[in-house]
Ligand binder design. Structure first.
Ligand SMILES: [Zn+2]
Ligand SMILES: [Zn+2]
Ligand SMILES: [Zn+2]
Ligand SMILES: [Zn+2]
Ligand SMILES: [Zn+2]
Length: 257
């Protein structure tokens, strides 16, 4: 087994160091939550203590003391319950830490490399290196010189110095998305949604995606658009800790109406 690989679905009840007094139980509610580990958004399955209203992503439940990543050859990442602040040489002006994968701030659980100062959200650590959508391969890359289809820029919008962020690139579709832009979509739909809604508010995406659809249709590439939509749904699902592709299906439903 690879270091840091997650054992999925074999454990349904266990305590976690961050919540030692009660067992957390695997629940599969089809509704959004905020993970009390990494403090990021989640959707679908979570490890939960009902008494305390405490939830963890699966990725945050089964963290390992150390891990590695192929984009950081030779570096070891250590797990921290909270961002380590100014713990190493390569720090920025402020003591905030940012995820080297998605470029977003780190607020809770993190894999941190003490030697080089890299940081990864637990969910970002588990982004797949390859995603196959209808026979088209989207590859996770850390060096892309092409414009992102969402933000239309090469570099990350609001780029933090020294953090280029990761992207998914589909060579055959000539298409590239920043992981950052996908996380922004999640945050946007979250902010704009009704607070007590039982489903992830995707109203914003409902508006945005058809706009993008026109873009693709003008070029006569309908099926390519559907692949983009499925792909975005898949990434959202991973970032939200939902390994099923329910969201992807939802997207397809939205756009085929
Ligand atoms: Zn989490
Ligand atoms: Zn509890
Ligand atoms: Zn991240
Ligand atoms: Zn450090
Ligand atoms: Zn982008």
């Amino acid at each position: 087994m690879m270091p840091g690989q997650i054992v999925r679905k074999t454990i349904t009840k266990e305590t976690h160091d961050s919540h030692p007094n009660h067992e957390l139980e695997l629940k599969n509610y089809r509704k959004p939550y905020r993970c009390d580990g990494c403090l990021e958004h989640g959707y679908g399955p979570r490890y939960r203590c009902d008494l305390c209203d405490f939830d963890l992503h699966e990725e945050c439940m089964f963290t390992t003391h150390t891990t590695s990543h192929e984009f950081f050859k030779g570096s070891t990442f250590k797990f921290f319950n909270r961002p380590p602040g100014r713990c190493c040489e390569c720090n920025r002006d402020d003591d905030k830490r940012y995820c080297d994968a998605c470029g977003q701030a780190i607020n809770g659980f993190v894999y941190h490399c003490e030697e080089k100062g890299w940081d990864l959200h637990p969910c970002c650590r588990h982004l797949k290196d390859k995603i196959d959508i209808d026979g088209v391969e989207f590859r996770l890359c850390n060096k892309v010189s092409q414009k992102c289809l969402w933000c239309k820029k090469r570099k990350l919008p609001n780029c933090v110095k020294g953090i280029p962020g990761w992207s998914y690139l589909a060579k055959s579709d000539n298409c590239h998305f920043h992981v950052y832009c996908v996380t922004e979509m999640v945050l946007e739909s979250w902010k704009n949604g009704p607070k007590d809604s039982n489903c992830l508010a995707l109203e914003n995406l409902k508006l945005e995606l058809p706009l993008q659809a026109n873009l693709f249709r003008r070029r006569g590439r309908g099926s390519k658009y559907l692949r983009m939509v499925k792909f975005l749904g898949t990434i959202l699902a991973i970032l939200l800790g939902d390994p099923t592709i329910t969201l992807a299906c939802l997207f397809v439903e939205l756009v085929s109406k």
